[in-house]
Structure formats: structure tokens, C-alpha cells
Design a protein around this ligand. Structure first.
Ligand SMILES: [Zn+2]
Length: 221
């Protein structure tokens, strides 16, 4: 990350110690029940977390993308923020972590337009870091629809319209990964209304996922 402070580097690649402490203070570790699924948000969409996302998405900064991946892993492992790692909404009492050996990560894919512009997907990079460091599997169950493009700006839509437009934007892949006994964790970078996660959750139900689906987002706006 280009903070240009001449400070020693933290164990999280690309972040100096000072930036790391700043992020540490910002860890939200918040859970809330969206309409249908429990969502764990690591940060609010502000401060350094927001800066990292913006650098990755709009400045095409791969270093920021790897920092986001590394920070996500660190929070999940309890190395940043809460010492016990993430305690998800549902499993809090039982002391489980949001990511367990049974977790199957399902990335929410970015738009085809962003994919074309950047050539890479921030969320896929996040799940890749998690897969590597947390020894969990990833399954690309959800893909972007080429059809059903909705030209209306998300901001102009009401909740119901947003959900409908989100449903049209995604489809199920033909991925045959076995999800029996797996706990699906949808992963996204920024959540605004939750319509996207909801739509993806619905799609997974169509695929026969009956166990509860949870979501993990880097930031909530
Ligand atoms: Zn720094």
C-alpha cells in the first residue's frame, strides 16, 4: 500500500506498522442479520479499509488487493482484531470460527465490465488468500449473467427492484463441487444493501443448499 511512511513493515505484506494499527482500531467484527442470511462485516466502508478497496478496484492496485486478502485472513485467524478470530452470528455461543474446515467459500463475482477492465477480481483474490492460508475450499458456484443486464443505476432503485436486478445479474455455474456437509460462506468486498448477497443466497438454495448460508464481507457501507 502506498502510504509512503518510512516505517518498519508489519507482518501483513504491504502494510507498515502504523497502517496496521490504524486498521486494527477499525476492525468492526460486526454481525448482523440481513433479510435472509447472517453477514459478518470486517470493517465499515471508511478510513483505511475503504482506501484499500478503492485502490484495488479503481486504481487497479494489485498490492492493495493482496493486503485486503491478508487482512481478511488475519482477522479470521484472530491475529488482527478479536483474539479469538471471527465469532459469527450463529456460532458465537458455541465458540466456532466463521471459517472452519467445513467452510466452502463462494466468491460473489465482480461485473463482467470490471473483469474486462481490470483483468482480475478482488473477491476471487480474497477467497484465494483465504483458501491458501486457512485451508478451506472455494467453489465458484455463482457466475455473472451476460444477459439480463440492468442499465438502471442501483442507487435509483428501491429495495425490491434492487433484489430483482441482482437476481438477474447472477446465475449458477455448472460447478459440481460437493457441498454436502459444507457450510457455505459467500464472500464479497463491499456490501451496501445486501441485495446482492440475498440474490446469491437464493440461487444457492435453488442449487439445493439447504443448510444456512452465511456471508463475509470486507466492508459494509
Ligand atoms: Zn503505512
Amino acid at each position: 500500500m502506498g502510504c509512503h511512511r518510512k516505517k518498519p513493515l508489519s507482518p501483513i505484506v504491504g502494510l507498515c506498522q502504523e497502517c496496521l494499527s490504524e486498521l486494527e482500531r477499525e476492525v468492526l467484527n460486526g454481525f448482523f442479520q440481513s433479510k435472509q442470511l447472517p453477514v459478518t462485516a470486517l470493517f465499515e466502508y471508511c478510513g483505511l479499509a475503504k482506501q484499500l478497496v478503492r485502490q484495488a478496484k479503481f486504481k487497479n492496485c494489485l498490492v492493495s488487493a493482496s493486503v485486503i486478502g491478508a487482512v481478511t485472513v488475519a482477522v479470521c485467524e484472530g491475529k488482527l482484531g478479536q483474539p479469538n478470530g471471527l465469532q459469527p452470528f450463529e456460532l458465537q455461543q458455541r465458540g466456532h470460527s466463521v471459517v472452519t474446515a467445513k467452510t466452502l467459500l463462494v466468491p460473489v463475482p465482480c461485473s463482467l465490465k470490471s473483469m474486462k477492465q481490470r483483468g482480475w477480481d478482488l473477491v476471487v483474490r480474497m477467497t484465494y488468500s483465504m483458501e491458501k492460508s486457512l485451508a478451506v475450499a472455494t467453489a465458484p458456484f455463482i457466475i455473472r449473467n451476460k444477459k439480463g443486464k440492468n442499465k438502471a443505476q442501483q442507487k435509483q432503485l428501491n429495495r425490491e427492484q434492487r433484489l430483482k436486478s441482482a437476481v438477474n445479474r447472477f446465475a449458477l455455474s455448472k460447478d459440481q463441487t460437493d457441498f454436502q456437509d459444507k457450510k457455505i460462506l459467500l464472500v464479497d468486498d463491499v456490501m451496501t444493501t445486501g441485495a446482492t448477497l440475498e440474490a446469491c443466497g437464493n440461487l444457492l438454495q435453488e442449487k439445493g443448499v439447504t443448510q444456512g448460508v452465511e456471508a463475509l464481507v470486507f466492508c459494509c457501507d
